[in-house]
Design a protein around this ligand. Structure first.
Ligand code: ATP
Length: 298
């Protein structure tokens, strides 16, 4: 099967700054992948290169089996919705009409439904929409395009919690009915964690974690309690973080705990707390900062 997205050894350099540093990533078929990372990690740059809006300094990008650069056939099968998407000075309905001409799988019915659900005024010029309404319009286009590769880069600037929930619900429903390769970059990690089948975490231009979300559950655990007992339990394990407060200690271990360890923890009166996706990202980037304090191209 042709991969939806295949990125190999991708580097993007801006003068002496490495925005992407030897990124390799494959998204084979339909899935919802979360692209996570701190500000400036390289998420937008990665999506822009995949969408052929930015050149790679080195490496290779294939979308649906071909280079997307100046490749109309591929670009029509891919939609890229950016945070604070810019539009020409046209009305909402004209933007929807233009999108319907461009994307071969466009669903006018879905667009109509979403426009009503987001309460978008179709006759209004886009420049007169609020920021949240502009995001809603981008989301309508991103979903109604039904593109095989659907990239959403923080698409909800200005959207309130109700509208964001509507977006998540419709994204899931669309995915269930018309499975496709969806990538969603976000800072609202805990808010979207339930949607994501896979997470790719980027830190300072590098992929620091690429995992199926279910596999991550219980893989990182905070063990807390009296220091001596905590140390007894975590001895010989990969420790991601260690914090002491008086005679108490909290240690994050990677690799999960077997049932036997969990029983031992109970006997030692230790508390075990699985890390959320957001906490995993915080720890993953802290570890990378220790490993690679500087990032410039040679
Ligand atoms: N055109 C450019 N010229 C110079 N540097 C750039 C350019 N575009 C991006 N960068 C730099 O590349 C790095 C990655 O930026 P990018 O926008 O991809 O990050 P991001 O992960 O999307 O961040 P955020 O979550 O804040 O949107 C940043 O340090 C940014 O300043």
């Amino acid at each position: 099967m042709t991969a939806a997205i295949s990125v190999t050894g991708l580097t993007r350099r801006y003068r002496d700054h490495l925005a992407l540093d030897d990124v390799t990533l494959g998204i084979d078929g339909p899935s919802i992948t979360g692209l996570l990372g701190r500000n400036g990690a390289g998420k937008t740059t990665l999506m822009r290169v995949i969408a052929a809006q930015e050149f790679a300094s080195a490496g290779q990008v294939r979308v649906l089996g071909a280079s997307p650069v100046e490749n109309d056939a591929v670009l029509r099968r891919m939609v890229f919705i950016r945070e604070d998407q810019t539009f020409p000075d046209i009305k909402v309905r004209d933007a929807l009409a233009a999108a319907s001409w461009f994307y071969p799988n466009w669903s006018a019915e879905l667009a109509r439904t979403l426009v009503a659900e987001f309460d978008l005024p179709t006759r209004r010029p886009i420049r007169k929409l609020s920021r949240g309404m502009r995001s809603a319009l981008s989301i309508v286009i991103g979903l109604a395009a039904r593109a095989e590769v659907t990239l959403f880069d923080e698409p909800y600037a200005g959207l309130d919690a109700v509208a964001r929930q509507l977006f998540y619900d419709r994204l899931l429903a669309e995915y269930a009915e018309h499975p496709r390769a969806m990538v969603l970059s976000t800072h609202l990690i805990d808010e979207v964690a339930g949607l994501l089948e896979r997470v790719v975490m980027i830190d300072r231009g590098r992929v620091v974690l690429d995992a199926v979300t279910d596999d991550l559950r219980g893989t990182f655990v905070t063990v807390s309690g009296p220091s001596a007992a905590v140390e007894q339990l975590v001895a010989g394990r990969a420790v991601w973080d260690r914090r002491a407060l008086g005679a108490q200690e909290s240690v994050v271990v990677a690799g999960g705990l077997a049932d036997l360890d969990r029983r031992r923890a109970r006997d030692l009166r230790l508390s075990l707390e699985p890390l959320s996706l957001q906490q995993i990202m915080v720890h993953a980037s802290a570890r990378r900062a220790e490993d690679a304090p500087e990032r410039t191209s040679a």
